[in-house]
Design a protein around this ligand. Structure first.
Ligand SMILES: [Zn+2]
Length: 403
């Protein structure tokens, strides 16, 4: 192509570029012919777009899976190039900050994690430090940055505004997307204004991380229950996140387990978090640090078993209430609960069996995350990638021929 292209033609090509890249993201390296078949375009159209994308450094020829097909032949697959754009996911947790650099297919290229108590100090400085982590990951990576996704344990509104954050009260009212935008002006390279900044709730993004990268085939309906200092849940139904009308869906940590229970930072009392949050569990187990949990678990001490049994009971009661409302067939245990799963699972399963109505015809599946502590930052990066795939031209205008 080239030269002048009518507006309608440009708009069709813009849409087709999104279709094509989304299909490669979904399928991995794929031949032009198969690509054309799957997205319903002619081979000529697909070949022309593939050439433009190769020219822009997004795609490259891959080694064919079968020997005998030479590179560059029609049957040879194309996939994302090593020079293709990248995204960054950041998690600002209560007591640590972590970040990862991911390729277009969501593969983690590098990651970093530092202990950092975000309950103390100035949120603006914490954000700046998180951005420094991102900068460190980008060092020596010439790739164009599509954007940053940030996960934080709070209810997030428009412009990344923190509406509520019982464990990080100093962040409330901050418009994180706006503040981040100011911190990363130097990262906006050749396409000014096209850096995407997404801020979301930690458990919601962890649920999306689980959906996209968790390796659980066919898991399209589930609740991710994640334990950290706070307790969060992300509800995925039909392969989509259910965030509620204001982003506060899945606040499992503030579901009441006992109305006459201890006061909670959210203003209520007897919240689940007051029974199974990390600090509460550590204090009940007489431990100072989370790293000591593994030894405590192995000790086989009856006192440890009793504390964890009570925790599993409370977790089961609250999770069963959530499942009875949203009717999804699976629970994914994340964060602290993934580490504690061997000690929690039996009691948790028994509570779900007893309390979830649907259990009668469809036993609730309980699975443990494969993503360790990375689910939230990977989900955050994934949301940025979704924005890119929805309209690549918004990020790389040169993909369209000149007007
Ligand atoms: Zn609460």
């Amino acid at each position: 192509m080239g030269g002048r292209a009518p507006a309608r033609q440009r708009s069709i090509r813009r849409h087709n570029l999104a279709l094509l890249l989304t299909e490669i993201e979904r399928s991995g390296p794929i031949s032009r012919a198969e690509l054309a078949r799957r997205i319903g375009l002619t081979k000529a159209t697909v070949s022309s777009m593939v050439e433009a994308l190769r020219g822009a450094g997004l795609l490259e020829e891959k080694v064919p899976p079968l020997s005998g097909v030479a590179r560059g032949r029609p049957g040879s697959p194309v996939g994302f190039s090593v020079q293709a754009p990248v995204a960054i996911g950041i998690e600002i947790a209560v007591d640590y900050v972590s970040a990862c650099l991911v390729d277009l297919d969501g593969t983690v290229r590098r990651s970093v994690r530092h202990a950092q108590d975000h309950r103390r100090g100035d949120p603006a400085q914490h954000l700046a430090r998180a951005v420094e982590c991102a900068r460190g990951l980008l060092a020596n990576a010439p790739n164009r940055l599509v954007g940053l996704g940030v996960a934080i344990p709070g209810v997030i509104g428009d412009r990344g505004r923190v509406r509520a954050a019982p464990n990080l009260p100093a962040f409330v009212g901050h418009e994180l997307a706006v503040e981040l935008n100011e911190l990363v002006t130097d990262l906006v390279t050749s396409a000014p204004g096209a850096l995407c900044i997404e801020v979301g709730n930690e458990a919601n993004l962890a649920a999306l991380g689980e959906l996209w990268y968790g390796g659980h085939d066919d898991l399209r309906d589930f609740v991710l229950v994640s334990g950290e200092i706070g307790v969060g849940a992300g509800v995925v139904a039909g392969g989509r996140l259910f965030a509620g009308a204001g982003g506060a869906a899945g606040e499992l940590g503030h579901v009441t387990v006992d109305p006459s229970g201890p006061p909670c930072a959210c203003g209520s009392s007897g919240c689940l978090e007051r029974y199974v949050g990390q600090d509460v569990l550590l204090s009940r187990l007489g431990l100072d640090r989370r790293e000591q949990l593994a030894d405590a678990l192995c000790s086989g001490e009856p006192a440890v078993g009793k504390v964890l049994e009570e925790a599993a009971h409370a977790l089961g009661v609250a999770t069963a209430a959530l499942l009875n409302v949203v009717d999804v067939p699976a629970v994914v245990l994340g964060g602290l609960y993934a580490e504690l799963a061997p000690a929690l699972e039996a009691v948790l399963r028994a509570e779900l069996e007893r309390r979830v109505v649907a259990h009668v015809w469809r036993p609730t599946e309980v699975v443990v995350t494969n993503l360790g502590a990375t689910a939230a930052m990977r989900g955050a990066a994934g949301v940025v990638l979704q924005r890119f795939f929805a309209d690549p031209v918004a990020f790389i205008p040169a993909l369209l021929p000149a007007e």
